[in-house]
Design a protein around this ligand. Structure first.
Ligand code: FAD
Length: 633
């Protein structure tokens, strides 16, 4: 059999995006030896693509902002399905995590008086996103990497080896978690360029693998987003929750086809860009839902005044939460008021001088100029919804990021709960920092309390090795690219932005058929530099995640956040109490209902009764203080 290289660490962190790096730093600061493993080159994780900013209620742009307002906005954005404890920790700790980034060397854009600048974003009541132009993710990753290098330099001074306590294994893919009884004991994978097989021995594993977008045809996500962490967690015995909630970002590029789906940051709208249909109408004014009616401008004049006087005007509806804007665009196109390439127009050129646009949105300018030959300072962009983010993920303990499997932790996009049914823009980067840090601390504390170290059995390594080698040893049979294409088309067409029971039933049938074909996928060639082989291995993860999404979406008979049912178009307060949870039983994805824990009363009291009535059932509201202070955010 092929040789397997072995490594031993206290903690392994799978994923080198914001969540993974912050977790690794925390575990190392708490004295653990840590390995960071990632599929691409170090520094190329998905986080690097984040554009708009990090949400944190520092109150620099508006002193009325604070954690309570951020908490309320997050819960409203998620339509109160969020895990409230996660939303609380996130709102309270995000400012600290951003200031800490500065101590690591981050250079944010500044306000005129020298504070960290904060910009407007959909669903956030005050300007709240700390940013670096439209390249915030790049600065976040650069800074965390710099911190890692500085820790490695400290380690060198002590041990004579830069990598003694913190080592990066880049271009490695983990294919299986390994267990000893109930507990995690390590992970198995391969090195992408060479095909070398590798086994990590470690009593604590932090999953920070990001999202699942590559299961859909039109997506803003990169090739790394194949839902590996979601599937690894399920196979190890953890649960996934909220998988029906997939965020379709309203503004992806729609032209040319080769770049369809690539993201156009929400900052374009936050900084003044407006959406128009083919009749030149700012159509979002026709789509303000009842639950948000009081918070949004009802005339263009008021909306425009808000950019310079936010205290005395309401925000324009272009800045409604993403699910609302995506549905509105979808409807305009469906009703024949779309742009030539099948989107709508996003115009910033008539709203700001050209120099201002290129200063504030340099990457957007470059992206459209280079990829679509469109000058966004001279005319509108054509945009439409694109699969962007998965709210669903591994069920974790909010305080420690621990999953149900001892030793397995999850943070960032792979974890579920924090964002409920819909994530607000900017709340992911803050989520990565807050819960990445907590996961690193949680893993370290778990190790400190461990009475005996789990061991990896030879049998589990052999089984993982056989799975990895199967596509190379198969002959004839299925083509990985064909199966992937069919999977993406199925999810796009049948479990996309607007869902119907019969279409999702069809999707599940198709997914089962694809599941039967995957074991027959065969790849040509050797292990070295073989992307077909990599895809063949990713397929089973994408399929498992897709099954979870389709099953949960079929089960939830209401529309809420990132889940819109044509056949159940309204939100139902009884469904707010239900969480849909997927797990693997004898190799089959199964779905269960789980009750949503009630919100702590002091947090409940942060909302006014009139607002809660829109989301909660009468019996749940019984205990709410009628004298709760009236708040105007
Ligand atoms: P990632 O940064 O995706 O990192 C995942 C890591 O896991 C990678 O290193 C990958 O190689 C590794 N990995 C995955 N599977 C395996 C495996 N099997 N083995 C080994 N390694 C593996 N959010 C905001 O808050 N603000 C924004 O302005 C914003 N802009 C965005 C713009 C774009 C274009 C996109 C696509 C997203 C944006 N988001 C934004 C969302 C945000 O960027 C992501 O949700 C976030 O970066 C996810 O970070 P993460 O640490 O969870 O995972």
């Amino acid at each position: 059999p092929t040789a397997v290289t072995h490594h031993t660490y206290d903690v392994i962190v799978i994923g080198a995006g914001g969540a993974g790096l912050r977790a690794a730093i925390e575990a190392r600061l708490r004295g653990k030896r840590v390995a960071i493993i990632c599929k691409s080159l170090f520094g190329k994780a998905h986080t690097v693509m984040a554009e708009g900013g990090i949400a944190a209620s520092m109150g620099n742009a508006n002193p009325r902002d604070n954690w309570e307002v951020h908490f309320r906005d997050t819960m409203r954005g998620g339509k109160f399905l969020n895990n409230w404890r996660m939303a609380e920790l996130h709102a309270k700790e995000a400012p600290q995590r951003v200031w800490e980034l500065e101590t690591y060397g981050a250079l944010f854009d500044r306000t005129p008086d020298g504070k960290i600048s904060q910009r407007n974003f959909g669903g956030h009541n005050f300007p709240r996103l700390a940013h670096v132009g439209d390249r915030t993710g790049l600065e976040l990753i650069r800074t965390l990497q710099q911190k890692i290098v500085s820790l490695q330099q400290e380690d060198f001074a002590r041990t004579g080896d830069y990598e003694s306590d913190l080592k990066v294994f880049h271009e490695y893919t983990i294919t299986e978690l390994l267990k000893d009884g109930d507990r995690v004991a390590g992970a198995f994978g391969y090195q992408r360029p060479t095909g070398e097989l590798v086994c990590f021995h470690s009593a604590a594993v932090v999953l920070a693998t990001g999202g699942v977008g590559k299961s859909f045809k039109v997506t803003s996500n990169s090739w790394e987003y194949t839902g590996d962490g979601h599937a690894l967690a399920m196979r190890a015995g953890a649960k996934l929750l909220n998988m029906e909630f997939v965020q379709f970002h309203p503004t992806g590029m729609v032209w040319p086809p080769s770049v369809k789906g690539i993201l156009v940051t929400e900052s374009v709208r936050g900084d003044g860009g407006v959406l128009k249909n083919s009749d030149g109408v700012r159509f979002m004014f026709n789509y303000i839902p009842e639950v948000f009616r009081e918070q949004y401008a009802t005339s263009e004049d008021e909306g425009d005044r808000w950019y310079t006087d936010a205290d005395n005007n309401r925000r324009p509806p272009e800045l409604l939460p993403r699910d609302e804007v995506a549905r509105a665009i979808n409807n305009e196109v469906k009703e024949g008021r779309g742009s030539p390439a099948g989107g709508v127009f996003l115009d910033v050129s008539s709203r700001m001088p050209a120099a201002e646009i290129t200063r504030r949105l340099p990457s957007m300018y470059h992206q459209f100029k280079e990829l679509a030959d469109v000058d966004i300072t001279a005319g509108p962009m054509e945009v439409g919804p694109t699969c962007h983010y998965v709210m669903g993920g591994v069920e974790v303990d909010p305080d420690t990021a621990a999953s149900a499997v001892p030793g397995l932790f999850a943070a960032g996009e792979v974890a579920g709960g924090m964002h409920g049914s819909n994530r607000l823009g900017g709340n992911s980067l803050s989520d990565l920092l807050v819960f990445g840090c907590r996961a690193g601390a949680g893993a370290a504390a778990y190790l400190d309390g461990l009475a005996s170290v789990p061991t990896v059995s030879d049998e589990s390594v052999t089984a993982a090795r056989e799975d990895v080698e199967r596509p190379i040893q198969n002959s004839g049979g299925e083509n990985a690219y064909t199966v992937h294409q069919e999977l993406q088309q199925t999810m796009n067409d049948l479990v996309g932005i607007i869902r119907k029971a019969d279409e999702m039933e069809l999707a599940l049938k198709k997914l089962h058929e694809l599941r039967d074909r995957i074991p027959r996928v065969a790849v040509d060639g050797r292990r070295a530099y073989n992307p077909g082989w990599h895809l063949a291995l990713d397929l089973r993860n994408m399929l498992m995640v897709s099954e979870c999404i389709a099953m949960a979406a079929l089960e939830r008979q209401e529309s809420r956040g990132g889940h819109t049912r044509d056949d159940y178009p309204t939100m139902d307060e009884n469904w707010r109490r239900e969480l849909l949870v997927c797990s693997l039983q004898d190799g089959e994805v199964t779905l269960e209902h789980q009750g949503q824990p009630s919100m702590r009363s002091d947090l409940f009291d942060l909302f006014e009764m009139d607002e809660l009535k829109k989301y909660y059932t009468g019996d749940e509201l019984g205990g709410h203080r009628s004298d709760a202070p009236v708040r105007k955010d």
